[in-house]
Design a binder for this molecule. Structure first.
Ligand code: AMP
Ligand code: MN
Ligand code: MN
Ligand code: MN
Length: 273
């Protein structure tokens, strides 16, 4: 229930992603590109051709205090005007942020990264730190993308640029306006202490969030039980998703992660017949 394509920072086109799902025999697959629904029509068409059960989705970038949260919307109607307009607003800031990331890297003696990252992205409004990381790895500045984040691009690192994304209330509102279910993505990745963690889950729920990811490629297996407990305590549906970005770039392939614990109610039980 969480995968990317070339429409944001993934390596496979929507059609190729669905092809992979068909070959590996997953029960269902969602496409959840960052801040865009542009790939959903192509993916849905490929899914119809191959008989794969497809869930249209999106992953929205949110600024919550000084923390960037990601909210996945599942089963969204891609033609929804509030959703499309909201996403358009977020995407506008990406180009300017990317310029500033490029300038920060330049000051560290690594020139030309803005142009190179732009060449790797399909759309300048979808320029992601992933494109910078990919370029730094290809160029041999770091050994892989992970190290690009650890050394330069991650929060608190020298080429990190603060950015204001959507507010949580709006992101959840756009997803619900599009008939979708709001899922808090990889909650273990935000590095929050227990009090903030609870504040985040409480607010997410109060604003209409319905599910959290428990099993994800972005959680270490030893983290699953913590988020399982939180899902049960707060009465959230649970989701499972690889957060797949492409061959060789993700810890998990679609469909390869362990099943959700039987005590949890999977988010897809809302719409699976
Ligand atoms: P952006 O939305 O442009 O700030 O980029 C965020 C994307 O960068 C995420 O969706 C991941 O694909 C990737 N990312 C974030 N943190 C890391 C990390 N520590 N290691 C590798 N990739 C990361
Ligand atoms: Mn990404
Ligand atoms: Mn994410
Ligand atoms: Mn993701």
């Amino acid at each position: 229930m969480h995968n990317h394509s070339t429409r944001s920072d993934g390596l496979l086109s929507p059609t190729e992603l669905i092809g992979l799902a068909a070959r590996t025999g997953v029960d269902a697959i969602a496409l959840t590109d960052h801040d865009t629904v542009e790939g959903l029509e192509e993916a849905a068409e490929a899914a119809r051709r191959t008989g794969v059960a497809f869930v249209p989705g999106v992953e929205i970038s949110v600024s919550w205090g000084s923390t960037t949260l990601h909210v996945v919307g599942l089963q969204v109607d891609a033609s929804s005007a509030p959703l499309r307009e909201g996403l358009e607003g977020i995407r506008k800031g990406r180009l300017d942020r990317a310029r500033r990331i490029g300038e920060a890297l330049e000051r560290l003696g690594i020139g030309g990264t803005f142009e190179a990252a732009l060449a790797l992205a399909r759309d300048e409004r979808l320029l992601s730190r992933t494109h910078f990381g990919r370029h730094l790895a290809e160029r041999g500045v770091v050994k892989d993308i992970q190290h690009a984040f650890d050394k330069y691009l991650g929060k608190g690192k020298p080429a990190y640029v603060e950015h204001r994304w959507a507010v949580l209330e709006d992101a959840i509102g756009w997803i619900r306006a599009a008939g979708g279910t709001a899922v808090l993505a990889h909650p273990g990745r935000y590095d929050l202490k227990p009090m903030m963690r609870h504040a985040m889950l409480e607010q997410f729920k109060a604003l209409g969030g319905e599910a959290i990811e428990v099993v994800t490629g972005s959680h270490r297996p030893e983290e699953y039980s913590l988020w399982q407990r939180e899902a049960l305590e707060f009465g959230f549906y649970a989701s499972r998703g690889a957060d797949y970005h492409g061959p060789g770039e993700s810890p998990a392939e679609p469909g390869s992660l362990p099943a959700l614990h039987a005590s949890l109610t999977p988010v897809w039980s809302k719409w699976a017949h």
